[in-house]
Design a protein around this ligand. Structure first.
Ligand SMILES: [Zn+2]
Length: 256
């Protein structure tokens, strides 16, 4: 049983896991109940989170209840501590929405919360990030995590995010950053061979691998980039208790 579960978690793509794996993992979660770690997203406590990751599974990563990973719990805490996301009525565009967030953000912001994606059945609006179908100055916040490494023209996508944000609005735009991290982002959208993409960009459906210049790319799109090492302002105990990765930077873009 344990083997089947660890296989499922490792090899079933996350989008399918989110759609069908939820119930099974909740049952598994019953056996992991405890008090050592707490998921801030669903407020459930466990002995440990489940291991997660395709090639080398990371321990203490996946919440069996809401399927949050380290990065989702970090974004949740960041929104709570550093923004008005949980206290003010905001107009929010959530691109490629993560299942663990959708019902909770919907409850917070009601009709002002809009989900969009080019293919995900979880999103309400079918949209191409290169041409976001909303007028300029529409949203207070745009959430766009683990999207930009997949798209043809990430600068154009971020320009669109900038356009639909209201002045003073913010966007959270996390991307995978693989070690060793280069100085410069490498990209080649003409490479379509999945193995070649995996070798060069870290995953078979990525078209670029970001480097230390990521914030400069955000600024090229007209946003003011901020790299926030928020996680390292939390104590080591808190990082452990929430299952966070020390040093994981939050990348935000503010519309001037
Ligand atoms: Zn959770």
């Amino acid at each position: 049983m344990k083997k089947v579960i660890s296989w499922l978690i490792r090899f079933v793509p996350r989008k399918y896991l989110q759609r069908v794996g939820g119930f099974g993992l909740k049952v598994v979660g019953l056996f992991y109940r405890g008090s050592a770690v707490t998921c801030p997203v669903c407020n459930t406590s466990y002995r440990t989170f489940l291991p997660y990751g395709r090639i080398k599974p990371r321990p203490n990563a996946l919440c069996p209840q809401c399927l949050s990973l380290e990065r989702h719990r970090l974004i949740w805490l960041y929104l709570q501590d550093k923004t008005t996301f949980f206290t003010a009525p905001l107009r929010v565009l959530h691109i490629a929405p993560e299942a663990c967030f959708i019902p909770r953000f919907e409850k917070l912001h009601g009709d002002r919360y809009i989900t969009g994606d080019i293919e995900s059945p979880l999103a309400k609006v079918k949209m191409d990030i290169h041409a976001i179908p909303f007028p300029e100055n529409t949203f207070d916040a745009v959430l766009c995590n683990h999207v930009l490494e997949h798209v043809q023209d990430d600068i154009q996508a971020m320009r669109e995010i900038c356009r639909v944000l209201k002045p003073g609005g913010f966007s959270i735009m996390q991307v995978p950053l693989f070690a060793p991290m280069g100085d410069v982002t490498i990209e080649d959208t003409t490479i379509t061979d999945p193995r070649e993409r995996e070798r060069l960009f870290g995953q078979d459906d990525h078209v670029r691998k970001y480097g230390r210049d990521y914030s400069r790319r955000i600024e090229r799109a007209g946003l003011r980039a901020v790299e926030d090492n928020f996680v390292n302002t939390l104590s080591r105990e808190k990082q452990k208790a929430y299952g966070l990765v020390p040093g994981e930077i939050i990348y935000t873009g503010f519309k001037p």
